[in-house]
Write a protein that binds this ligand. Structure first.
Ligand SMILES: [Fe+2]
Length: 293
């Protein structure tokens, strides 16, 4: 696949760290216009209390408004299992189109069954404004973005590349964090390894922006690295690590991991593009499938 690489374009990237879910949301601005995109927004939930609030999303909205930016896109790198998307809340206030990978339909089919959703839950991705295929391009102002399909962590994962910046979602972590788990329904460690190789085939100077960081070994939270750094130093896939090593390590590690705290509300909301499901009377309501995951 020949991607339309242009390392001379340098988008202005601002990261917003959410300490509760360790997610980084990004505002990506075109240096030649006031156009921007938001990647992987977060809606706050106190799951024990069933309470949803918008402090994190309001920070993103304030940044866009304070800088007189025009929001063109709200991108989800994948269906997150550890935080809820705030895309519809932000879209209501700022406009923009919500986009995700076309394999969202696989995720909707799998979790539509697990959550016993009725026929009113469409499994065709129609909750989103755009479904990206491998190699699809779109614009943020004067900048061209291309989407690379990078399954393995989940079937719908995509890496979005604009100029010299790539938003890797959970395809990679920082070099000392390695990689994300590959054991959710539809995940596959071997497929994830191959997807990571696609990202590492980008130019060494490509800036990479993570969706998560947990500050391993007590280091400060960080979210930006480069392809060159990942190739040299990534503890799971860097120099000398074979696909066999990776699959064995990833499979053994994943078997020890507990489910993310927010997986149950996250999937129900995120497979609907960030909309909260409702009961028969239209009240917002979440389900818990007992022994279903
Ligand atoms: Fe994820």
């Amino acid at each position: 696949m020949d991607y339309p690489l242009d390392m001379s374009v340098k988008p202005e990237v601002t990261g917003f760290f959410d300490p509760l879910t360790h997610t980084i949301s990004y505002i990506v601005k075109d240096p030649s216009s006031n156009a921007c995109a938001i990647i992987d927004s977060v809606m706050d939930i106190d799951y024990a209390a069933g309470r949803i609030t918008y402090e994190h999303a309001d920070q993103l909205i304030a940044f866009v408004q304070d800088n007189n930016l025009k929001l063109e896109w709200l991108i989800e790198t994948h269906v997150h299992a550890d935080h809820l998307s705030a895309a519809p809340y932000i879209q209501d206030k700022l406009g923009g189109k919500i986009g995700v990978g076309e394999h969202i339909v696989t995720v909707q089919n799998v979790f539509g069954k697990i959550f016993n959703e009725g026929t009113e839950f469409q499994r065709d991705g129609s909750q989103f404004d755009a479904l990206f295929q491998e190699g699809d391009t779109y614009e943020i102002g004067t900048m061209k973005v291309f989407a690379m399909h990078t399954p393995g962590h989940t079937p719908a994962c995509m890496v979005h590349v604009v100029g010299d910046a790539a938003f890797v979602g959970d395809t990679l972590f920082m070099p000392d964090g390695g990689s994300a788990r590959a054991d959710f329904p539809g995940g596959d460690a071997g497929v994830l390894y191959d997807s990571i190789q696609k990202v590492l085939a980008l130019p060494d100077e490509m800036r990479l922006f993570m969706c998560h960081d947990y500050g391993p070994n007590g280091r400060d939270i960080a979210w930006e690295t480069t392809v060159g750094e990942e190739k040299k130093h990534n503890i799971h896939v860097g120099t000398g690590k074979t696909k066999e090593d990776f699959v064995k390590f990833r499979t053994e590690r994943d078997a020890t991991l507990a489910m993310p705290n927010l997986i149950i509300p996250s999937l129900q909301v995120n497979m609907r593009a960030g909309e909260i499901p409702t009961d028969d009377e239209g009240n917002p309501m979440l389900k818990v499938p007992v022994n279903g995951l």
